[in-house]
Design a protein around this ligand. Sequence first.
Ligand SMILES: *Cc1c(COP(=O)(O)O)cnc(C)c1O
Length: 438
Amino acid sequence: MSQDQRGSGEQGTREFGFDTRAIHAGQRPDPYTGARATPIFQTTSYVFEDPESAAAYFNLQEYGNTYTRIMNPTTAVFEERVASLEGAAGGVAFASGLAAQAAALFTMLTPGDHVVASSALYGGTVTQLKHLARKLSLDVTFVDPDDLSSWRAALRPNTKVLYGETIGNPGGNVLDIEGVAEIAHGHGAPLMVDSTFATPYLCRPIEHGADIVVHSATKFIGGHGTSIGGVVVEAGTFNWSNGRFPVVADPSPAYHGLAFHETFGMYGYLMKLRAESLRDLGGALSPFNSFLFLLGLETLPLRMARHVENAVGVARFLEGHAAVAAVRYPGLDSSPYRDLVKRYLPHGAGSIFVFDLKGGRDAGQRFISGLELWSHLANVGDAKSLVIHPASTTHRQLNDAELAAAGVGPGTIRLSVGLETLDDLTADLARGLAAATP
Ligand SMILES: *Cc1c(COP(=O)(O)O)cnc(C)c1O
């Protein structure tokens, strides 16, 4: 059963360390072949032992493989491993980060519900909440993530979830997870956190009170820019039967009257997430991508430590450069998020951040053209160093006032610092900065 952490997460009563779990959690050598690596179960479906067990699987009375849209043994290892690393009860994987977020939200929400979300979020998430959620008759209020009173002030009787990112876009806002969790719980609502930029190596939001954590595995978890995927994990401690979530607690008409929370207890929300959202929306992760994400997780601790080391080096280099107006890396001593970093990100603030050139749009484009080693593209969290100039790409349609409202200046550059030799990264940035300076 993929939700059960015990088999591979503990040795007697002593729990394995993070690095051990990144390599072993959720998997043992294959009992049939002895294969040490996780096999890729590239199969759509599974032969039932007999008609009775098939019926029990479809009734969710017994847990067994039916169809890869709902579950797959390779993907189950990935789900269990992320859950173990996050300290969660279990997890469900999806075809992308956005599919994971959508499924996690729509499993708990019904038309007329209200969401309070940070205004400093990944662009695709803002669009999902602003347009798709509203089309589904959900109401969303965006708040200043740094101001706890603005979270509190936005609450309404129908507020069902609070949503933020551990490290937000583009300003590197570090979320006060404990503060926002307390506000959410005081209102009988869960806190959901997108922890993509932090990964479980740098921060485990559940330890600070978050209830649901989502990741775009596309980024650091995969780590090599090869695969799109996402995953949702849940602490398993939120009381879905508090009277505010009949959609999770009451008998489900879409599942022959099954009451998920009562039947499955701490796994109720996760079971519903799997059984209903994968069945009905169908955003299943491919077993091959699960295999690549498992490879990524094995080296996550090593890679993240090096990503952070390089990011600090790059941020310090930029901070001292005459062509740079500001460096917004939360890991710098000069950052306004310094204290929150100490509390929530003691091993570092990741390697994705923005800085502002002294020049405007033209300087930004000249900077990009001057680079050779950094790849100009719209992704983050790769072993390769990546760069983008939002004003001429992702935020191209916005005028300067709209850019400012989004926290992006005409000369803002976003970096995702990779694993190359630090001196090579800074030498290339120096070339770009020279090109940007008239
Ligand atoms: C990329 C990203 C997403 C979306 O993930 P996809 O895998 O591209 O669907 C969501 N949140 C954050 C913070 C991201 O960086």
